[in-house]
Ligand binder design. Structure first.
Ligand code: XUL
Ligand code: CO
Length: 438
């Protein structure tokens, strides 16, 4: 049965196309530098936003028109798998991602939930034999069920810790079975609501114990996907322990976990932490920790995680700049952790939203590649720091200076001259590249 009857395959038709169900800029086979667009961008569909989100928000009920909505339980789960693979094929997308609870209903016990998962995972495995779409990552939802009210690995309740460990064990087995390129931890409730009732030291030690158990079990079963931590500063907690990349990195270093993990960076999480998306990507990149991306955008007028499809070309350009400088995303990809607006409730909106996001990142890729080819920022930055290539700067860089030698040098220095940082000029150049790329 076809769920998306009104949509056939989404093809590339070029920038002048007026077809809302065609790509204008994303041409998967187009070569940009060393790779095709498809290889650079590694797009992924998020199962939860696309197949399980029914439009509920804190003020309103379900409103999405979905041909599977009338079904329940395992019938619903199976219909969603069918819909998903039809969607992946029509969109020609190479990856997808899911939480355990997205694909199968929870039973009364973990044992029952695992049985449901086994049935659906077998079905997904069957589809994956003929589909080009692979699993970018899976994860365990350890935040929706009321048992996780105080967290999972950081819960005050050891039974919850054990239950969460069981879920991750199963998640890793599924990751191995379906060939997931990565396994993600987003610590939705791994943080606190108030310090008044929180043993922060114990909670963070436990979180590290939990991650070590996951690393050990992956090794035991021969799962060699990349582990990813997805930082977020808050929401639903007041403070989440993996606040941002810098905080997450300090945590991984403290607990000897750095070599086993990289980061999955989400644009809207970066802005919630009062950083730009490109800031988080840069911090991860310069530390060799850029693993994957949850591609979305927030609304500057709303202070929460709105998970919009990314359409801001300035942002996609600066993000792709970091990704190209990183040599690509390796095992990672650009996962649309993004949902259609509640007002976009028609079925075709799911395609149109993904097309908008894919085209926006394709533009970003092309512009960023050109900026790098022309060494626009590289030349500027090289020149800006040139004082470190000779004289006293070189001595500092080579570790030959100390406070005494520097004082000697500085004592009789005449007036120090600085030069403009020219940021407006650089912004204007980026505008020029965006406007002339196609
Ligand atoms: C929540 C979020 C999650 C993770 C996976 O803000 O981003 O969907 O990506 O659990
Ligand atoms: Co996310």
């Amino acid at each position: 049965m076809a769920f998306f009857e009104s949509v056939s395959k989404v093809d590339f038709e070029g920038p002048k196309s007026k077809n809302p169900l065609a790509f204008k800029f994303y041409n998967p086979t187009e070569v940009i530098g060393s790779k095709t667009m498809e290889e650079w961008l590694r797009f992924s569909v998020a199962y939860w936003h696309t197949f399980t989100y029914e439009g509920v928000d804190p003020f309103g009920h379900e409103n999405m028109i979905r041909p599977w909505s009338h079904l329940k339980g395992m019938d619903l789960a199976k219909a969603r798998v069918e819909a998903a693979f039809e969607f992946f094929e029509k969109l020609n997308v190479p990856f997808f991602c899911f939480h355990d609870v997205d694909i199968a209903p929870e039973g009364d016990t973990l044992r029952e939930t695992n049985k449901n998962l086994d049935i659906i995972v077998s079905m997904i495995e069957e589809y994956m034999k003929t589909s080009k779409t692979k699993l970018l990552w899976n994860t365990a939802n350890m935040f929706s069920n009321p048992r996780f009210v105080h967290g999972a690995a950081t819960s005050c309740n050891a039974n919850v810790f054990a239950y969460a460990a069981g879920k991750v064990k199963k998640g890793l087995e599924i990751a191995k079975r379906l060939g997931a390129e990565n396994y993600v931890f987003w610590g939705g409730r791994e943080g606190y609501e108030s310090l008044l009732n929180t043993d922060m030291g114990l909670e963070q030690d436990n979180l590290a114990r939990f991650f070590h158990m996951a690393v050990d079990y992956a090794k035991e079963i021969g799962y060699d996907g990349q582990f990813l931590i997805e930082p977020k500063p808050k929401e639903p907690t007041n403070h989440q322990y993996d606040f941002d990349v810098a905080t997450g990195l300090a945590f991984l270093q403290k607990y000897d976990l750095q070599e086993h993990f990289k980061f999955n960076i989400e644009a809207n999480h970066a802005t919630l932490a009062s950083h730009t998306f490109e800031h988080e990507l840069r911090v991860a990149r310069i530390n060799g920790m850029l693993g994957s991306v949850d591609a979305n955008q927030g609304d500057p007028l709303l202070g929460w995680d709105t998970d919009e499809f990314p359409t801001n070309l300035y942002s996609t350009t600066l993000a792709m700049y970091e990704i190209i400088k990183n040599g690509g995303l390796g095992k990672g990809g650009l996962n649309f952790d993004a949902k259609v607006r509640r007002g976009s409730f028609e079925l075709d909106d799911l395609f149109k939203a993904h097309i908008a996001g894919m085209d926006s990142f394709a533009v970003g890729l092309k512009v960023a590649h050109q900026l790098i080819e022309d060494k626009v920022l590289d030349h500027f930055i090289e020149d800006r720091y040139r004082s470190y290539t000779e004289g006293i700067g070189k001595e500092i860089m080579e570790g030959r200076a100390n406070l005494k030698t520097l004082e000697q040098y500085a004592l009789d220095l005449p007036e120090i001259k600085n030069e403009s940082g020219r940021v407006e000029e650089l912004r204007a150049i980026i505008n020029q590249y965006i406007l002339t790329a196609f």
